[in-house]
Design a protein around this ligand. Structure first.
Ligand code: G4P
Length: 533
């Protein structure tokens, strides 16, 4: 098969949702369809159960699962599908944001009872920023949820995206009778049952009262006919371009646990979801079908086995063909590296591969060369865009509890922050270390992992900071002067960039107003980020 054909048959996406909406269940049903697993229950949820914040075994268990489920590849109807897993827990949101840089589209799962929840809104903002095509699956239609038209309004309103139903539910909850496919005008009847497969279900290929009423009753048939008429009147023909550009989200309804409505979703996904897309680098746009290989690291897992200090860096191939044992340029270090056991993931099986193509995610064993965002090429100096550090929300000073182990502490915190668990800032005065995270849970993870993996003990001293702002100015003198005056609130990030730790929104606004020559950025990707703050 040519590289072009390999690219054309790949689709790389993530399923995102607020915890408990059904992401794990839907992933599992997709894998069942692809024949990648044989039984339900094979995919473990990687969510940290509520109340488990101090249960470190739970964190470790979750880490183990999340390596196994980081990427799940399977084949369906000649399409090679890569699902990238995203943690649902809000404290790990940054992990999810980074994973979204490595996909070409997403499926958003909504619980029909709860509608659009907080985490969904935040994830959607990231998709919107990146113009990622989104398909929506409204799940749990077997429960008494919200009215379908109201849900469409809620989606448009809260997610700020145009939506268009491509399937339509008949009834809801105990009254749920099936889903009408607006794409091919067929009605599939619902019967509850986890073991049912979609092909078992009765299909009605008509929208006439006579054909529908015997199966769903006169009243439901009448409503369906009216609903479909209304939908066809309101919505124009599905606009593929608007979907590709992230402006229109097709919506499907179903019940993942009952294996209902999944096939429509998956079949349509295979038809409309984008193949590997070009990726923007600081220097230029990189097209998938270019001859030369390029890729970037979006996720790192370290020290899963405390006896071996190895890590797995997850790299998305962006262009060309990646080959085992070839030398590639690590552009940040300006160093050639060779990988003799690159790994891919088919469902839950890892295997060493000889080659990989754009859209694929390859696991690279690494002894500490990689940081998130690192780029590999055949020699060209490239840096892929779109993997910024967002300002953390919680800041604490790292306090060493065991002075005999300060080397271990330094090494541990450096490696954990390379992995993206948290961000590290250094205060010039006294070289004090400040850790920034998006959630409290990370501090517990850091403390636990430093102890268990590096033998170092630490404590955290809460700091009253509001946001970290990366500073840029064309006038170096003004910047130096600002840093001198604000010395107590100035730190540097791991790459040596100057960062102002704003104590409050009020003071940040004040400093912005008083220093018009300095720009305060809330993400570290200020050089390329169009969204200046
Ligand atoms: P998540 O990964 O998004 O967090 O959600 P997950 O798939 O784990 O699903 C959350 C809960 O919702 C699970 O129940 C799951 O069985 C249930 N669920 C998923 N799809 C449907 C559906 O279509 N209808 C109904 N009624 N429930 C659904 P749980 O009790 O938390 O876990 P489990 O004991 O069933 O595994």
């Amino acid at each position: 098969m040519s590289v072009e054909q390999e690219i054309n048959r790949r689709k790389t996406f993530a399923i995102i949702s607020h915890p408990d909406a059904g992401k794990t269940t839907l992933t599992e049903k997709f894998l069942l369809y692809g024949g990648a697993i044989k039984t339900a229950g094979a995919v473990k949820s990687n969510k940290i159960k509520q109340g488990a914040t101090s249960d470190f075994m739970e964190i470790e268990r979750q880490r183990g699962i999340s390596v196994a489920t980081s990427v799940m590849g399977f084949e369906y109807l000649d399409t090679l599908i890569n699902i990238l897993d995203t943690p649902g827990h809000k404290d790990f949101a940054e992990d999810t944001y980074r994973t979204l840089t490595a996909v070409d589209s997403v499926i958003l799962v909504i619980d029909c009872v709860k509608g659009v929840e907080a985490q969904t809104k935040r994830l959607m903002e990231v998709c919107r920023m990146r113009k990622t095509p989104v398909m929506v699956f409204v799940n749990k239609m077997d429960l008494e949820g919200k009215d379908a038209f109201d849900l469409l309004d809620e989606l448009e309103d809260k997610l700020q995206i145009n939506v268009q139903p491509l399937s339509w539910p008949v009834g809801i909850g105990v009254d749920f009778k099936g889903v009408y496919n607006l794409f091919d005008d067929t009605l599939k009847l619902f019967e509850p049952g986890k073991q049912k497969i979609e092909e078992d279900r009765l299909m009605i290929k008509s929208l006439s009262m006579d054909d529908l009423a015997p199966h769903i009753g006169e009243e439901k048939a009448k409503t369906l006919i009216e609903d479909v008429e209304l939908i066809n009147g309101v919505y124009e023909e599905f606009d593929q371009k608007a979907y590709d550009e992230g402006d229109l989200a097709p919506v499907f309804f179903g019940s993942a646990i009952n294996n209902f409505g999944i096939k429509e979703l998956l079949d349509t996904f295979c038809k409309i979801a984008p193949k590997p897309k070009p990726r923007d680098a600081t220097q230029r746009m990189v097209e998938p079908h270019e001859d030369k290989f390029t890729g970037f690291v979006f996720k790192i897992h370290a020290n899963l086995d405390p006896k071996h200090r190895d890590r797995i860096a997850f790299m998305r191939v962006c262009s060309g063909k990646f080959e085992r044992n070839a030398f590639y340029m690590h552009t940040r270090l300006n160093k050639k590296l060779r990988f003799n056991n690159p790994t891919t993931f088919m469902a839950r099986n890892k295997s060493v591969i000889d080659e990989a193509f754009p859209g694929d995610v390859v696991g690279l064993y690494d002894s500490g060369s990689f940081k998130i965002g690192d780029t590999l090429t055949e020699g060209e100096k490239l840096t892929f865009k779109g993997i910024p550090s967002f300002s953390p929300e919680i800041f604490k000073e790292l306090v060493n509890k065991d002075p005999m182990k300060s080397k271990q502490l330094d090494k541990g915190i450096n490696q954990l922050t390379d992995e993206g668990v948290a961000q590290l800032f250094i205060k010039e005065a006294g070289r004090r270390k400040i850790i920034g995270t998006v959630g409290e849970l990370q501090f517990e993870v850091i403390q636990y992992r430093l102890k268990h993996e590096y033998g170092a003990s630490c404590d955290f001293q809460p700091l009253r900071y509001f946001k970290a702002c990366w500073l840029v100015s064309d006038d170096q003198n003004k910047l130096d002067e600002f840093c001198r005056i604000k010395i107590n609130d100035i730190v540097s990030d791991k790459d040596g960039n100057m960062v102002y730790m704003a104590p409050s929104q009020y003071l940040l606004n004040l400093e912005k107003a008083e220093n018009p020559d300095i720009t305060f950025h809330l993400t570290s990707e200020f050089k390329t980020d169009a969204k200046m703050v």
